[in-house]
Design a protein around this ligand. Sequence first.
Ligand code: UDP
Ligand code: MG
Length: 146
Amino acid sequence: MVGALMQRTLIIFKPDCMDQRHVGNVIDRFEQAGFAIIGCKMTLLTPALLREHYAHVADRPFYPHLEAFMGARPVLIMALRGEQVVQRVRDLLGPTDSRKAAKGTIRGDFGTDVTVNVVHASDSEVNAAIELARFFRPGELYDVKS
Ligand code: UDP
Ligand code: MG
């Protein structure tokens, strides 16, 4: 397609999404939007990894609560590929605070509050590359033609 901007993004299915078994529903929304799964693993996020991943909020008062929440149980981590996938996934999620997210968005439908908000997704193409490298080795990503 002329002008198509193929990108990758990094998704984390947060502990609330795992516990409440919304993973399949969220993946279905991503697949219906046309995105391809190019990598997936399950892991328990350590405090050190969370402090790196959330460095931009590590000094905020809520950080200990966020770290405890994100490290409470193993989570699924996924790499998606698609046209404009970074912004389009953010649009599917809705805003950070689930209580302010519109119905029909992932956070609006399944989220609880500003911390417990279903899914992490990279917020820019630059950060997507950094985050994908944080969680996946190059050989663990399987790009597909689309
Ligand atoms: N967060 C929080 N309280 C806040 C802001 C953020 O607990 O006031 C948590 C929330 O889980 C969010 C994460 O910190 O998803 C990272 O914050 P960011 O601003 O990057 O939000 P996101 O990109 O996830 O929408
Ligand atoms: Mg963010």
